[in-house]
Ligand binder design. Structure first.
Ligand code: 13P
Length: 247
């Protein structure tokens, strides 16, 4: 299964820096023989510029969120069909920062995933436990519940990607042990996704403090189908270092 390395730029980059980053990645990708799927997810207003900067390269572009409705009175939101119209391939949905900052529920994430699929996008559905939940031994229950509540019927391994991002590992420099990553990815595939008939072939990304120095060992784990990268996706050197770490 080809790994997917997706950069979530979050609320970073402006016109000049974002364009330069995208051009740098497009150049690297055009010169590389590495077989990985590469995507960047810039802030929504930058998407047309980043699509332009990465055209004629294998770098794909995604939105960081989408609304569940196709149009209407939803100030500040972006529809999945607009993302698709602009040339996006992916939409991240249910990131923990949106679950926390905007109170997004599993039901809303499910509706957003449905909207992404209806628009022809690949949905990157994010799940992950907090540190307190892990300490209480509840990581699998939480993640299993999020997958149960956030995945609509009708997804396939070609249209849905899961991103397991433990909240306590995001932006902290801390990561779970390799054994813990392997265990929860195995749980997601064999238990949580199997009940949706999706256990085989669906990519499960790991996210949370992935960087060039730890990417190879994380990406070597069976059941880790790639990485969703925050901070280290903001320079060509770091992001490409992660892509080069794909086995
Ligand atoms: P960091 O790589 O900065 O920890 O962020 C991970 C993340 O939230 C990607 O969506």
């Amino acid at each position: 299964m080809t790994k997917l390395i997706a950069g979530n730029w979050k609320m970073n980059c402006h016109v000049e820096s974002g364009t330069a980053l995208a051009r740098g990645l497009a150049d690297k990708a055009n010169q590389s023989s590495k077989s990985a799927d590469v995507a960047v997810c810039p802030p929504a207003p930058l998407i047309p510029l980043i699509i332009e900067a990465t055209k004629n390269s294998p770098v794909s572009v995604g939105g960081q969120d989408c609304h569940w409705e196709d149009s209407g009175a939803h100030t500040g939101d972006v529809s999945a069909s607009l993302l698709a119209d602009l040339g996006c391939t992916y939409a991240i949905v249910g990131h923990s920062e949106r679950r926390a900052d905007h109170g997004e529920t599993d039901a809303q994430v499910k509706a957003k995933t449905e909207a992404a699929l209806a628009a022809g996008l690949i949905a990157i559905v994010c799940v992950g436990e907090t540190e307190a939940q892990r300490d209480a031994g509840d990581a699998e229950t939480v993640v299993g519940g999020q997958i149960e509540g956030s995945l609509p019927a009708g997804g396939t391994p070609d249209t849905v990607v899961i991103a397991y991002e433990p909240v306590w590992a995001i932006g902290t420099g801390r990561t779970p042990s390799l054994d813990d990553i392997a265990a929860i990815h195995g749980f997601i595939r064999e238990k949580a996704l199997a009940s949706h008939g999706l256990g085989d072939g669906l990519r499960i990304l790991y996210g949370g403090s992935v960087k060039p120095s730890n990417a190879a060992e994380i990406l070597a784990i069976e059941d880790v189908g790639g990485a969703l990268v925050g901070g280290a996706s903001l320079t060509v050197e770091n992001f490409w270092g992660i892509i080069e770490s794909c086995p």
